[in-house]
Design a protein around this ligand. Structure first.
Ligand SMILES: Cc1ncc(C[n+]2csc(CCOP(=O)(O)OP(=O)(O)O)c2C)c(N)n1
Ligand SMILES: [Mg+2]
Length: 653
């Protein structure tokens, strides 16, 4: 080890030793995972990276970051929750971002994101840059890693996965968790694989260089496995390993070996690090805490109306789009985006021609836009992660989830990754990705291919949820998401809608209105003074429209119908306005009702209108899985008859 390398490694070590000190002094809270003992892993790899490359790191990220940027002060301030921290104190120890270095402490979840970023750097941008993802050996248990090895191998992306094999996952010896061999895992997917160890410094640096150069020149993925040992606890003080084992590795520690050979140089370098850290800390400690009011909106999609648009301007919906079925309107919308913006790419299972998607939404598009509309393996988590990585790198991905039921497989990607980035990284990145998901039943697909699962994704700040319906043109919604949303958006397409034509008029000639905001609420006014407000979204609109019509014809009940297009964040104002007049509220949703959309609407109305919400009800799916039999399915899911009954009951109450 030369003096310069020792200096860089010693800085990382001293930094983290100081963090442990700050913890014991009660000046830090939360968690801190030190890489003490593993510093050379970061340095060997990062030494070969260039400005323009991306680094994706994990929970044990301080060493990776300091190898990348030398920004001691920014990192320390971040970990201490100060405004001058690299993420303004919003990210903390595990969630760092600066200059294309990104860390997140969810094991494995960053790997597909790195692959997506690499895909953008390689295939789409034709740049010379690469992405690198650091993972630990315990993370070899995560399924999304293997989805990515497969997908990235097939797509051919410049991604280097660096595996720091320190022998432990938290308290567990990884010999008890890794079946088979590590090399075979990567080679099975066609990846090139290098391995070395921190105790063979020269070989390690040579192999790291070779691996990086290979990825850079061939634009294909590869892995570098580095044997190493963590000398301190997993996090702060939780160490159950045998003290003799640790002591034996301490003897072999490359920094200790260097200091043994050159004690004076080592002492001098350590004292320089100490001064650096001391000065940084003094400055940081004199800083005020983070100003929590600043930037709290980051990553939270603006609610309708907050941008100054009026919610009171109701106008007739006016478009020529009723000639086409909704599947065609969606295709028209996607085609429009592909034409107007060459950063738009579509990915998902079976999208390409001649098949054109399970519901034919993308038919023709892969032929018209070769290379920009492409098939993926069946890997929902990885493809949403790849979408996130593409978006980080400046593309505008649109991901299709063939059956919305399988969005659950990508929940980590949406909830712990994409939706968090803008806020967690203090507005330095955005993830403008659209995730289209075909939801809903009534086609006899049974319990696992018929659900409306969007409610599980409502209420995640940073993740917008937009649902199409039979009244408002979905092509316009896609266009507006593209134009106005900078964060991820779950785009809910109820399957039954694909075959339906849009309509802007009710059967009796009354026209549907919209309130003029980007993601409007739609309104069908009551034929006279409204007695009840009915709120519905997505695929249930037609059934509810029919129920409202029958309520008037058969029972002379006047109901006003409101249909939000963005169901999260929800613009509650038009609903409040209506309920303030009627005092009665019915919410209809096709999915399960408990802790659902309807509960939220009822709660918001009762909070906002104390004493004025006289009666409320919800109509939703029966509380059991959706049966396959046509007759049973009909009983399980809401329809116009049940909605009509509920309206009657509410009004006569
Ligand atoms: C998906 C997920 N599961 C569990 C955890 C909790 N956790 C944090 S670090 C860790 C061990 C990780 O081990 P490894 O991948 O070997 O990395 P190392 O800590 O050894 O660097 C665990 C279980 C997590 N952060 N993410
Ligand atoms: Mg480990």
């Amino acid at each position: 080890m030369d003096k310069e390398l020792f200096r860089r490694a010693a800085l990382i070590r001293h930094f983290e030793e100081r963090l442990l000190g700050l913890f014991s002094e009660g000046k830090l809270s939360g968690t801190v995972h030190t890489c003490i003992g593993q510093e050379l892993c970061a340095l060997a790899v990062v030494d070969n990276l260039k400005e323009g490359d991306w680094v994706f790191s994990n929970h044990r990220c301080h060493g990776h970051y300091l190898a990348w940027s030398d920004d001691v002060q920014g990192l320390l301030a971040e970990i201490m929750g100060k405004p001058s921290g690299i993420c303004g104190g919003r990210g903390g120890s595990q969630h760092l971002y600066r200059d294309q270095f990104l860390s997140n402490g969810v094991q494995g979840g960053g790997v597909p994101i790195a692959a997506g970023c690499a895909l953008a750097l390689g295939k789409f941008k034709g740049s010379p840059f690469i992405a690198t993802a650091f993972i630990g050996d315990g993370t070899l248990g995560e399924g999304v890693v293997y989805e990515t090895l497969n997908l990235a191998g097939k797509l051919g992306v410049p991604l280097l996965v660096v595996l720091e094999k320190n022998g432990y996952a938290q308290s567990t010896n990884t010999t008890t968790t890794i079946s088979g061999n590590v090399r075979g895992r990567f080679e099975a997917f066609g990846w090139l694989y290098w391995e070395s160890a921190i105790w063979q410094e020269e070989e390690l640096f040579a192999k790291a260089k070779e691996a990086v150069q290979h990825v850079r020149s061939t634009r294909t993925p590869a892995a570098l496995c580095i044997d190493c040992y963590r000398l301190k606890a997993h996090s702060k003080g939780d160490d159950n390993r045998d003290a003799r084992e640790i002591a034996a590795y301490e003897e072999r520690d490359p920094l200790r070996v260097f200091a043994g050979g050159e004690p004076e140089t080592a002492r001098q370098i350590y004292s320089e690090c100490e001064v650096l850290l001391h000065d940084a800390l003094t400055q940081i400690e004199s800083e005020a805490g983070t100003d929590w009011t600043r930037g709290k909106e980051l990553g939270v999609a603006a609610r309708n109306g907050e941008d100054g648009t009026s919610t009171a301007r109701w106008t007739a919906i006016n478009s020529q789009s009723t000639q086409q079925r909704i599947v065609e309107r969606l295709r028209t919308g996607l085609r429009g985006l592909l034409r107007q913006d060459d950063k738009v790419v579509l990915l998902g299972e079976d999208l390409e021609d001649p098949y054109g998607g399970a519901f034919k939404v993308t038919k023709g598009l892969s032929t018209e836009f070769p290379g920009r509309v492409f098939n993926t393996p069946i890997s929902e988590a990885a493809i949403v992660g790849v979408g996130t990585g593409l978006a980080l790198a400046g593309l505008r991905p649109i991901v299709e989830i063939m059956f919305g039921d399988f969005i659950t497989l990508a929940a980590d990607q949406l909830i712990n990754q994409a939706s968090k980035f803008a806020y967690m990284y203090n507005g330095q990145v955005s993830v403008p990705a659209i995730i289209r998901a075909a939801m809903g039943g009534k086609r006899g697909y049974g319990a696992t291919h018929s659900q409306c699962l969007e409610k599980h994704f409502l209420g995640t700040p940073g993740l917008s949820v937009v649902a199409i319906n039979s009244v408002f043109d979905p092509a316009i919604l896609l266009e507006r998401i593209h134009q106005h949303l900078s964060g991820p958006c779950l785009f809910v397409e109820n399957k039954l809608l694909y075959a339906v034509h849009l309509h802007h008029q009710a059967q009796d000639g009354r026209v549907w209105l919209e309130n003029g905001v980007h993601f409007p609420t739609l309104r069908l006014e009551a034929p006279g003074k409204a007695e009840v407000t009915v709120v519905v979204y997505g695929g249930m609109v037609d059934e509810v429209e029919e129920a409202v019509r029958l309520a008037f014809i058969e029972k002379e009940i006047m109901a006003e119908l409101l249909v939000p297009t963005m169901i999260y964040p929800l613009d509650i104002e038009p609903i409040i306005e209506s309920v303030a007049g009627t005092g009665r509220l019915l919410v209809v949703e096709e999915g399960q009702g408990f802790a659902g959309f309807g509960s939220e609407v009822v709660a918001l109305c009762s909070e906002r209108l104390p004493g004025r919400l006289l009666a409320s009800a919800r109509v939703c799916a029966s509380e059991h899985p959706i049966p396959c039999s046509k007759e049973l399915e009909k009983l399980a899911l809401p329809d116009s008859a049940r909605v009509l009954q509920a309206i009657e009951k509410l009004v006569t109450r």
